[in-house]
Design a protein around this ligand. Structure first.
Ligand code: ADP
Ligand code: MG
Length: 552
């Protein structure tokens, strides 16, 4: 007997699923379980708000192919949609689904259909309105915002990102009690004044397929892409975000004839696999771009709202704003897919770089041994990265580079000055475990070298204080496969009065000993057996420090 939870997946898919055939219904199951105020009607197949709106309220129904979530299911809520009809992936719902949703939603004040401009959607919604015309007053708004599909012939512009703005603004108008004609007029005004464009760096993959709907080379992008996995208007070389945004905003401003002094609502939308960092970055570029054109953003909306399955890309939608549009945009909604804490404006762009710490060592005499050490690390960044990739998470080289790459060689200053500058640099410029561990090591060394001119005494005192503090901080013992494996034998040798070259040798042996152990501390501990045979990079760098001193 088969158990639905242990059945093996019967196809190769990029998606987490039981089977491609139940992808949408299994997802809907989780969606309604997570949202108790949204209900699924399996016959004929639509989602609706559990509580019906008041009698005098116009109802809103939308729908379309699945794969664009959180649109439309996530836009069901008070102040937005009363019901939504999901079709199969990228396939319009059928007319009977729409009839069912329309009949359920009607309170006597009429039902507005919000329809994306695709032939199948247009026809099914139209037939549905035809089928209910004897009993229910209906109207419809067609959303056709995608400038990439603007052409004199053919079905006209596709409906994309602007759809949720129409749903939001019409929903707010219905909630405040506007009649059907008024809500529809506002919807058409919003649709007429909104334009979008999309770009993809990677196409989407259908749940039942193992390859994306089209292939892009690593340096290519699809400009003017649609949200159904269809190729775009133009395949071109990738450009920097600034230029990309400029190319995207141009046709939107043109199409809307936006002029200096006007305000817009700006939606920067992820198409499924764009990272929030990318979306924020794109929004920053849009702000800068519109600023140069003298257009201001009354309301920003940045996030993932209208997707094309797992497409890696972004769309930009501009909607000409006026006071009424903005106040309806701001009205509350319970729709789970709408922005949870929507922004009420934009701030001017600010400088968000990290301030440069003033940690450079004094000018003065060349410091030979610390120059040797810094040079050794600077020249070994790639090797250190590789070691941490094999035995950790790969950031060790970056952390060393962040701390030491800005020192120009030779480094100048007394031992204490340079050690102190290195310590500060580790603490403020690098992250990770190594930033703080090496920051502490060099701080203790700097302190000890400032107390005495006796180099052997200073390195002994500084090293043993550093070891104690690092062990206190991270709990590593010898054999845990960390820099402690090099530092601890060096401290033993120093306390034993060994020569600096013997100390360096002990540290090197300690570093080498990490080759045969697996880490139990730090990120490297997560990779377990994979760390066997790899020298711990932190221990290696510690051994270089003692080597640099011994070579004096
Ligand atoms: P992470 O990736 O763990 O944040 P880094 O890659 O910056 O850290 O640094 C890794 C190095 O830090 C290791 O090579 C190891 O020598 C050292 N390290 C990790 N954990 C400890 C610890 N508890 N005590 C001392 N050194 C440690
Ligand atoms: Mg690491």
């Amino acid at each position: 007997m088969s158990n639905r939870f242990t059945d093996t997946v019967d196809c190769v898919s990029d998606y987490i699923l039981n089977s491609p055939g139940t992808f949408i219904t299994d997802s809907l199951r989780g969606f309604v379980a997570a949202h108790p105020d949204i209900v699924w009607q399996s016959a004929p197949g639509f989602l609706h708000l559990r509580e019906r709106a008041g009698e005098s309220q116009v109802a809103l129904v939308s729908g379309g192919g699945s794969g664009h979530e959180p649109m439309h299911s996530g836009m069901i809520g008070t102040g937005m949609l009363d019901a939504a009809c999901p079709g199969l992936v990228f396939t319009s719902p059928n007319a009977l689904q729409i009839v069912g949703a329309t009949r359920w939603a009607d309170r006597g004040a009429g039902v507005l259909h919000i329809v994306k401009n695709y032939t199948g959607d247009i026809m099914n919604f139209r037939i549905a309105r035809h089928l209910v015309r004897d009993d229910i007053e209906t109207d419809h708004v067609v959303v056709a915002d995608d400038v990439a599909s603007d052409s004199a012939t053919g079905p006209g512009r596709r409906g994309t990102g602007a759809t949720i703005l129409v749903e939001k603004i019409c929903g707010a108008a219905a909630a405040r009690g506007d009649d059907l004609g008024t809500v529809a007029d506002i919807g058409r005004r919003v649709a007429d004044n909104a334009r979008s464009i999309s770009v993809a760096y990677h196409a989407c993959t259908m749940p039942s397929k193992s390859a994306p709907t089209f292939e892009l080379d690593a340096d290519e992008m699809e400009f003017g892409v649609g949200i159904h996995g269809e190729a775009g208007r133009e395949r071109t070389a990738r450009v920097g975000a600034r230029e990309l945004v400029n190319r995207m905003v141009d046709p939107l401003v043109d199409a809307l004839s936006l002029t200096h002094g006007e305000e817009v609502i700006c939606l920067v939308n992820g198409l499924g696999a764009a990272h929030p960092l990318e979306l924020d970055l794109v929004f920053g570029e849009v702000v800068a771009d519109l600023d140069r054109r003298g257009i201001s953003i009354a309301r920003p909306m940045v996030g993932t709202f209208v997707t094309a399955l797992d497409m890696r890309g972004v769309s930009i939608t501009l909607l000409r704003a006026d006071d009424e549009v903005v106040s309806l945009f701001d009205a509350p909604t319970t729709a789970p897919g709408w922005a949870a804490n929507p922004s009420r404006g934009t701030a001017p762009l600010s400088d968000t770089s990290f301030a440069e710490p003033s940690d450079s060592a004094d000018d003065g005499a060349e410091n030979e041994w610390l120059t040797r050490f810094v040079r050794h690390v600077q020249e070994s960044i790639d090797d250190l990265t590789e070691l941490d990739q094999k035995a950790g998470d790969g950031d060790f080289g970056t952390n060393m580079e962040a701390a030491l790459s800005h020192f120009s060689l030779p480094v100048r200053g007394t031992d204490s000055q340079v050690l102190s500058a290195i310590s500060t640099s580790y603490l403020v410029r690098s992250g990770g475990t190594s930033g703080v561990i090496f920051g502490v090591l060099f701080r203790e060394l700097a302190h000890a070298f400032s107390e005495t001119d006796d180099v052997e005494a200073a390195i002994r005192e500084g090293s043993s204080h550093a070891l104690a503090e690092i062990q206190d901080l991270g709990g590593a013992q010898v054999g845990d496969n960390t820099m402690v494996d090099a530092l601890s034998p060096a401290v033993d040798a120093l306390e034993n009065g060994d020569s600096l070259s013997d100390v360096a040798e002990k540290a090197a042996e300690g570093a080498e000993s990490t080759r045969d152990t697996t880490a139990t501390k730090g990120r490297a501990s997560y990779v377990g057996e994979n760390a066997r045979g790899v020298v711990d990079p932190g221990a290696l760098v510690v051994s270089w420090l003692y080597q640099a001193l011994a070579d004096d």
